[in-house]
Design a protein around this ligand. Structure first.
Ligand SMILES: Cc1ncc(COP(=O)(O)O)c(C=O)c1O
Length: 335
C-alpha cells in the first residue's frame, strides 16, 4: 500500500484500552480500540478512509470534494472538515429538507464552509446522477471535482482499514493485548472489508465480526466480499475473499435515522460505567448487539474481545430530547 497516494490526516495509532467494569461483569477481557480518537474533528473511522480517498483526489489535482449522505452524516461532516483543513471546497448532497436551525454534524459542516444541497428522497434514490450533475457544474466553473461515494465506501476507502489491521499487529508486537475477536459497526461494511484484508496480510489471528446497523446482513456480506475482490484486483493484493463474513444480525432497529430506547439505554450505561460515549445510530446499535451476544454467551468471542469504536459523537446532539427524558427517568417518546 506504500505506493498509493495518501494524505496523512489521522492521529495514529489509536489506543487499545481495557473496559474493566464491563470485563468483570461478563467474566471475559473486553477492550475498546478508540478509533473515535482518530482526530480531525473526531471523525472516527472516516479519517482512515479519507487518507486514501483524499490522497487520490489530490493526486488527480482535485480542488472540490463532493459527497452525499443523511442530514446527520458523519462522513459528510468529515469531508467538510478535511476540505477546510486542506483549503479545498466541499459540496454535500444531503437527504432531507433544510432544517429551521442547524444541529450536530450538519451544524459543523455548515460552520466548516461546506456547500449543502438538500435532496428529496426521490432525488436521493438516484444520487449517482445528482453527484454527476454537481461534478459537471464544478467543471463548468473551471473547478476539478472528486466524488466520494456515501460513507467513503469504495475499495480504496477500505484500504484505510487494511492499514488499521497492520496498526493493530504493530501494537500487539509492542505488547498490546492480543484479543481473539474484533467487533466493528457495519453500515456499508467497507471498514470490515478492510480489516479482513489486513488481517490476512498482517497475519492477525483475531476474528473480525461486523454488526450491521442499517442494511440486511446479506447485503453487507455481499458488499464485503465484492470490495475485497475489487481491492485484490485493483491493487494486486494477495488476499482471498473470506470463506465466511461473520455478522451479528438483527440489531438494525430503525436504521440510521432513529434510535430505540434499548440503544440509548446502552449508550447511557456505557458512558456511566466506562466513560466511553457512543453515538445513537451507529456504535450504539452495534454495542447493543455486542452486549446482547455477550449476555447470552460470554465466551462467544473468546477470552479477549475488542470493540472498535468508529466515532460519531456529534449525532448525539439531535437526540437531546429522547436522551433528556431517559436521563430524567421519564418514559421515552422514541425519536
Ligand atoms: C460512526 C460510524 N461508525 C461506523 C460507520 C460504518 O462504516 P462502514 O460504512 O465502513 O461500514 C459509519 C459510517 O457510515 C459511521 O459514521
Amino acid at each position: 500500500m506504500r505506493q498509493l497516494p495518501r494524505t496523512l490526516l489521522a492521529n495514529l495509532p489509536t489506543p487499545i484500552l481495557p473496559l474493566e467494569r464491563l470485563s468483570r461483569r461478563f467474566g471475559v477481557e473486553i477492550f475498546v480500540k478508540r478509533d473515535d480518537l482518530t482526530g480531525l474533528l473526531e471523525s472516527g473511522n472516516k479519517v482512515r478512509k479519507l487518507e486514501f480517498l483524499v490522497g487520490e483526489a489530490l493526486s488527480q489535482g482535485a480542488d472540490t470534494l463532493i459527497t452525499c449522505g443523511t442530514l446527520q452524516s458523519n462522513c459528510c461532516r468529515a469531508v467538510a472538515a478535511v476540505a477546510a483543513r486542506l483549503g479545498l471546497r466541499a459540496i454535500l448532497a444531503l437527504k432531507g429538507d433544510k432544517p429551521a436551525s442547524y444541529d450536530g454534524n450538519l451544524l459543523l459542516s455548515k460552520l466548516l464552509g461546506a456547500d449543502v444541497v438538500y435532496c428529496a428522497p426521490e432525488e436521493f434514490a438516484r444520487i449517482e446522477g445528482v453527484l454527476a450533475g454537481l461534478s459537471d457544474a464544478v467543471r463548468g466553473r473551471g473547478g476539478r471535482p472528486y466524488v466520494i461515494p456515501e460513507s467513503g465506501a469504495t475499495e480504496l476507502g477500505a484500504i484505510g482499514y487494511l492499514e488499521c489491521a497492520h496498526e493493530i499487529a504493530g501494537q500487539w508486537r509492542q505488547g498490546a493485548p492480543a484479543f481473539d475477536t474484533l467487533v466493528i459497526t457495519a453500515f456499508s461494511g467497507g471498514s470490515q472489508a478492510g480489516l479482513l484484508m489486513g488481517r490476512q496480510l498482517a497475519g492477525l489471528s483475531a476474528e473480525v465480526v461486523g454488526v450491521p446497523i442499517a442494511h440486511p446482513a446479506a447485503q453487507v456480506r455481499n458488499y464485503v466480499g465484492a470490495t475485497i475482490a475489487r481491492a485484490a484486483e485493483r491493487f494486486g493484493l494477495a488476499v482471498e475473499p473470506p470463506k465466511a463474513v461473520h455478522l451479528l444480525d438483527g440489531y438494525q432497529g430503525k436504521g440510521r435515522g432513529a434510535s430505540r430506547k434499548e440503544e440509548l439505554d446502552t449508550l447511557i450505561q456505557l458512558a456511566r460505567e466506562e466513560g466511553i460515549v457512543l453515538d445513537p445510530v451507529y456504535t450504539g446499535k452495534a454495542f447493543l448487539g455486542f452486549l446482547d451476544h455477550l449476555a447470552r454467551d460470554p465466551k462467544e468471542f473468546g477470552p479477549r474481545v475488542c470493540f472498535l469504536h468508529t466515532g460519531g459523537i456529534f449525532s448525539l446532539f439531535p437526540f437531546r430530547d429522547s436522551l433528556s427524558r431517559l436521563l430524567d427517568g421519564d418514559p421515552l417518546v422514541e425519536s
